[in-house]
Design a protein around this ligand. Sequence first.
Ligand SMILES: Cc1ncc(COP(=O)(O)O)c(C=O)c1O
Length: 387
Amino acid sequence: MFRLLSPSLFPLIFTPNISQTSMSEASKHILSQALLKLKATGQFRTLKRQEDMGVDFTSNDYLGIQRQFEAYPFTVSMGGSGGSRLLKGNHSIHETVEAFCADWFKAEAALLFNSGYDANLAVLSTLPERRDTLLYDQRCHASLKDGIRLSMAQHKFPYQDLKELKTKLGSAEGRVYIVTEALFSMDGDWCPLQELLELAESRADTWVVLDESHSTGISGPQGSGYYTSVHPSVRMIARIHTFGKACGISGAVVVGDQELRDLLINKARPFIYTTAMPPFLAEAILYHLKATKEAETNRAMLQKNITFWGKTSKTQTSSPIIPWIIAGNEACREVATRLQANGLDVRPILSPTVPKGEERLRIVLHNYNTEEEMKTLCEELLKEKAQ
Ligand SMILES: Cc1ncc(COP(=O)(O)O)c(C=O)c1O
């Protein structure tokens, strides 16, 4: 009888009477310790409701598509999908969204995901195999880095710039995947995509994975993304387009060849082991995607605002994401709080999200920001700088 009980169960069975309260005190203690550490380093964050934060210089709703749909009545059946896409969860609307995306993003096929985070995990945990090498821009988003962590590849190296990439590519082993964002989410600059593709072409078995999260809707013909504005290359293996930024909703697709779609359906755990998106969400996504594709006036207005900001702030500005560096978590947070108190919704991006010393306000321009609003923000920032 005793042999059947694992020794590790003994403490649980014989510990006299641990009450609910003391268990909860113990867990509270553990949690408070973790929170104290965050507070001590100025990294503790709280959730704020988005309604009452002032003029929007923060959301990723670059083209105002989210705003446009907030007032749009949508009558739907509220049911879920019924399971994973591979079981009961595959509905025709999922495939309609995929067909729309394949056409819009100029690819053979598309596969829908619940989020960009899932899509990045799926691509990077599926494509690279054990002997392969992953070379990734060190500024890549956390979801790409988490995907890289999950991948089987033994060799995973960050690169800082093209020069370092070239060196690392020279000594890389196996099949190589170069991973980058098209428009960097925290720095607002564009990756050197043409050069990356040429580099990939210069070495056998070298491929590019491109996260188009922040470029979708705002670059390329009809907002079809950054890749569609450079020379197409056979070395582009997977592009990830997310819908939570300029498209103003949520979800994502991975686009590429039909074989990529088939492989992800068969092997990508973030695709297989999750409940498929509810059909009503896929339907809403389709409305948002169509509106984003057609939003030429919004794109022109956004571009006008980007140019206005560049002139007013006397900075080089090539995208709607403007990093305003204020080193130090506390200092950066204080400036953001002052701006918010003046009715300007600007948020601080703190370390460790960005490297220490590069803490910043992430200013986001939209088609709906007025010149007056941008001028006010600019003046406030210059005042802060002068202090
Ligand atoms: C570059 C980049 N990739 C992926 C994601 C994740 O996308 P999602 O919000 O759809 O999960 C984000 C979101 O912030 C992002 O900025």
